[in-house]
Design a protein around this ligand. Structure first.
Ligand SMILES: NC(=O)NCCC(=O)O
Ligand SMILES: [Zn+2]
Ligand SMILES: [Zn+2]
Length: 476
């Protein structure tokens, strides 16, 4: 039996902030209390630190082919960087190909991750068509693989985009099977037309990526997806919300009592559209879809996070080197691979810009960075909290450190930082995954392949209760 005892820290969950010791036995939290006896346990001194549950990042793209190239960070470098950043669980998007069995795509994703992940991980499954074969196979993926969230792209015409009929049928199936449908909400048909017009007019610089994907097209697609969800009675999670148009649609739907959830990402909280205008093609580093918006949207997103209009923060980690990858789009912004490096800084940016700047309470921070994602994606209470019976996924976080984010010091393989030069408050000092140190005193001590694949519960079921006995009320 391995035993560890965390002492002298301040434990913070989505609900409480208090002083206490945490006893960990065989990777699981077995007691929490004041002055717990050591009883042969290894003592970990958390003086001066917050003791947070490990972050749950619900949105990553590791080792993903996209835009004619493949993301630089794979399940090894990506999860090492995640752990340095305080994240102990990631849920990655398994891409499928039209006409191919879903099982083949899932096998490919297992092969990418099995020997590489250093923290625990699960998969979402992309749905781009609903042929008879897919309709037959999907329930098996949900049941056997525990893949209980399905992703539909409403954008990326001619590659990933699904039509409205496919989205509707996916929602119907999700309602029946207890899965959560996730959408990338942008109107891909109109975007394709605007991109064509811009290129014809000789508008080829990175800024035109943003100008051809206006916020109205995100708001429209978000509203459309919400209406289709309402019609089916299913549940919907809108990924990477960037703007007031979309955030307000989600908040409105939630006020009506619909099961609609929204995620934003660190880049939309701290960067803005002007970054795409950086000279010497540097703007390409800031090409995401949906794009960075005018700066005033940031406060709309922060206040939605604080008021429950948006619930989670995903990194949308999707890293491409500037040299040789982002550069594919010189002379044609539509060929710039979309995405950026964010997995490592997600946790600290939310703490620093959120808690330290008075926009979020400590408990809201934990809820957004960890707990709600665990609940929505069928991992709670194993993940997402500090409680007896939960996995000992724990971050000792020193709030007194001030540091500067930079590619010189990050642990991702990618050759730039999206947040280069930003000063942040706070740092994960040590990180445990199922009771094992993966980061100890700011040094990596984990091993590739130690991460476990997570079969997740269906939407609204709690991992702690008999199947389907727990109402989804545990997710607000
Ligand atoms: N967001 C982005 O630009 N890249 C990753 C793929 C996606 O989530 O749309
Ligand atoms: Zn997307
Ligand atoms: Zn994404």
């Amino acid at each position: 039996m391995t035993r560890k005892l965390i002492r002298n820290g301040v434990i913070v969950t989505a609900a409480d902030t208090y002083k206490g010791d945490i006893l960990i036995e065989n990777g699981v939290i077995t007691a929490i209390g004041l002055d717990l006896p050591a009883a042969g346990a290894e003592i970990i001194d958390a003086s001066g630190c917050y003791v947070f549950p490990g972050g749950v990042d619900p949105h990553t793209h590791l080792d993903m082919p996209f835009g004619g190239t493949v993301t630089v960070d794979d399940f090894e470098s990506g999860t090492i960087a995640a752990a340095f950043g305080g994240t102990t669980t990631v849920i990655d998007f398994c891409l499928t190909s039209k006409g191919e069995p879903l099982g083949k795509a899932v096998d490919i994703w297992h092969a990418k991750s099995r020997d590489k992940a250093v923290i625990d991980y699960g998969f979402h499954l992309m749905v781009s068509e609903l042929s008879d074969a897919v309709l037959e196979e999907l329930p098996q993926m949900i049941e056997n693989e525990g893949i209980t969230s399905l992703k539909v792209f409403m954008a990326y015409k001619n590659t990933f985009q699904a039509d409205d009929g496919t989205l509707f049928k996916t929602l119907q199936m999700a309602k029946q099977e207890g899965a959560l449908v996730m959408v990338h909400a942008e109107n891909g048909d109109v975007i394709e037309y605007l991109v064509e017009q811009a290129l014809e007019a000789g508008q080829t610089d990175p800024i035109y990526h943003a100008l051809t994907r206006p916020p109205e097209l995100e708001g429209e697609a978000t509203g459309r997806a919400i209406y289709l969800t309402e019609l089916t009675g299913a549940q919907l999670y809108v990924v990477h919300v960037t703007c007031a148009e979309a955030a307000l649609k989600i908040a409105e739907a939630r006020k009506k009592g619909l099961r609609i959830y929204g995620e934003t990402c660190p880049q939309y909280l701290v960067l803005d559209q002007s970054y795409l205008e950086k000279p010497d093609f540097e703007g390409a580093k800031y090409v995401w879809s949906p794009p960075l918006r005018e700066a005033w949207n940031q406060e709309v997103l922060w206040s939605a996070l604080a008021s429950g209009g948006l619930q989670t923060l995903g990194s949308d980690q999707c890293s491409f080197n500037f040299k040789g990858q982002k550069e594919l789009g010189r002379g044609d912004f539509s060929k710039i691979p979309n995405g950026g490096p964010t997995i490592e800084d997600r946790f600290t940016l939310l703490y620093s810009e959120g808690v330290e700047k008075g926009r979020l309470t400590l408990n809201q921070f934990v809820d957004i960075v960890s707990t709600t994602s665990a609940k929505l994606f069928g991992l709670f209470p194993r993940k997402g909290t500090i409680a007896v019976g939960s996995d000992a996924d724990i971050v000792l976080f020193d709030p007194s450190v001030t540091r500067t984010l930079s590619a010189e010091t990050h642990h991702m393989k990618v050759d730039y930082s999206a947040f280069e030069g930003m000063e942040v408050k706070g740092e994960p000092v040590s990180v445990l995954s199922r009771g094992e140190f993966v980061i100890r005193d700011k040094r990596f001590v984990g091993q590739a392949g130690r991460g476990q694949y997570l079969r997740r519960s269906r939407f609204g079921e709690s991992a702690a209760s008999p199947a389907a006995a727990q109402p989804s009320g545990s997710v607000s």
